[in-house]
Design a protein around this ligand. Structure first.
Ligand SMILES: [Zn+2]
Length: 229
């Protein structure tokens, strides 16, 4: 019943936490545990919980299913929501560096992976340190690519290139492509950043503006000198 990649709680423990009343003095030899059904509330312990198969059945109201359906009915949320909750709980325990794609690792020069399992067994502290370092390196690279893409976009805005539909299309395509390669919705991020102006955006805009200003001044000076000469 359990879905791959999910770690559901044991149905008996879950029922216990929810305050479901168990039948006193149950047969120890049996897999099933009997309890008061939370759906029909029949007083005679009609709900059978099977901790081995992690499923339930009420012999009175016929409610039946696995742990995800049990949680979903008790909490009044969808089964999909329940599955997602336990899946993400599992993923949260995985170090983000272990989830980097091959392309992401390639971009920071770590395409080839060490034997993590071996490293973890030999020296857990070093293992964790290596993962942290890998993750920091990736985050720095990601930001560098984001800033490059923003600079590109910003230049196209101040030069008016963005108004040319063909040029705009090319810029959007190239930024989308970078995003696809690094698994980051970079175009959407840049749109938000353009409006929100976080510090790194302000820095890029200031630097780009002053660069363009100095080019303009230089050109004007050259033209003036030509006129003067
Ligand atoms: Zn029932």
């Amino acid at each position: 019943m359990a879905q791959k990649g999910t770690r559901f709680p044991d149905i008996v423990s879950y029922a216990n936490e929810r305050g479901i009343q168990f039948k006193p003095r149950q047969n120890d030899g049996k897999d099933e545990v009997y309890a008061i059904c939370p759906f029909c509330h029949h007083h005679n312990f009609k709900l059978s919980l099977n901790p081995v198969k992690n499923c339930y059945r009420c012999w009175h109201c016929s409610e039946v299913g696995g742990i995800a359906s049990f949680i979903s009915k008790i909490e009044g949320v969808s089964e999909v929501e329940v599955i997602d909750r336990y899946r993400s709980q599992k993923t949260r325990n995985v170090h983000p560096a272990l989830k980097l794609t091959h392309e992401q690792r390639r971009l920071i020069g770590c395409a080839k992976l060490p034997d993590w399992e071996l490293m973890r067994k030999r020296d857990p502290k070093y293992f964790k340190l290596t993962l942290d370092m890998l993750w920091e390196t990736w985050k720095a690279k990601e930001q560098e690519l984001r800033e490059d893409a923003y600079t590109h976009l910003y230049i196209s805005i101040i030069t008016g290139e963005i108004k040319d539909s063909e040029k705009k299309e090319r810029i959007v395509t190239s930024i989308t492509e970078i995003g696809r390669r690094i698994n980051v919705p970079i175009l959407e991020e840049l749109r938000v950043a353009y409006r929100a102006k976080p510090d790194w955006v302000k820095t890029i805009e200031r630097n780009t503006d002053s660069l363009f200003q100095s080019i303009k001044t230089k050109n004007t000076t050259t033209v003036e000198n030509q006129h003067a000469g």
